[in-house]
Design a protein around this ligand. Structure first.
Ligand SMILES: CC(C)(COP(=O)(O)OP(=O)(O)OC[C@H]1O[C@@H](n2cnc3c(N)ncnc32)[C@H](O)[C@@H]1OP(=O)(O)O)[C@@H](O)C(=O)NCCC(=O)NCCS
Length: 183
């Protein structure tokens, strides 16, 4: 559900990361990772083939209320993105991508953990964070598990990039479970 942004997403800090707003000047670094075919293997989007694709993503990111650039220092280049999208009353989903140069260092677990903590402590009336993932995307499933998400079921979706419906695993974390584990 599109949640248009008149204000920018709040800065979120974690041990190693700065989650900041995007700017149109981020197109170069976004194109660098989003053009790697392996990065979009399990995502709804195709690999970027020109800087215009990155600019289109940035226009989307800037129009979304809660979409963050992931940076390793305050004004460093973008190394990924994480968003926390409204799915209706009391529910949000998380979506994320990281430059392959930085895979396997626990960075996305750190980013998603920070966004989950922000989302449950901000005044959003949030009861559930859920997300869907292609079951073959082992690294993403591991990130969700490390962030305390549990497998809730499965769902079939039409994605423009595939001719057949995609079978997805649904993962989620309720406020009640988060409260229990974070106190
Ligand atoms: C998924 C993604 C965000 C993970 O980022 P990351 O920073 O490398 O993740 P982390 O280092 O925090 O954790 C990755 C975990 O997955 C594990 N892993 C890596 N590849 C795996 C695989 N093929 N199968 C199972 N587990 C795998 C790692 O060992 C690690 O777990 P561990 O800490 O228990 O050892 C990154 O690979 C990415 O951007 N992929 C492309 C975009 C994408 O698929 N986004 C998600 C769409 S749902």
């Amino acid at each position: 559900m599109n949640e248009s942004s008149s204000e920018s997403a709040p800065l979120i800090r974690s041990e190693r990361l700065w989650l900041t707003t995007f700017s149109m000047s981020d197109a170069g670094p976004v194109f660098e990772y989003a053009s790697v075919p392996e990065v979009s293997r399990y995502t709804t989007w195709f690999p970027h083939t020109s800087i215009r694709d990155a600019e289109e993503f940035l226009r989307y990111a800037l129009s979304e209320r809660y979409c963050w650039a992931i940076r390793l220092y305050a004004d460093g280049p973008v190394v990924g993105a994480v968003e926390c999208t409204s799915e209706g009353q009391g529910e949000r989903s998380v979506h994320y991508v990281l430059s392959p140069q930085h895979w396997g260092r626990g960075l996305m677990t750190e980013a998603v953990d920070a966004v989950i903590e922000w989302a449950f402590t901000a005044d959003l009336g949030l009861e559930w964070i859920k997300t869907t993932v292609i079951p073959e995307n082992g690294a993403s499933i591991r990130v969700l598990e490390k962030c305390g998400m549990e497998l809730l079921g499965e769902v079939s979706e039409e994605w423009g990039k595939f001719s057949d419906p995609v079978q997805l695993a649904v993962y989620g974390l309720s406020r009640a479970t988060w409260d229990r584990h974070s106190s």
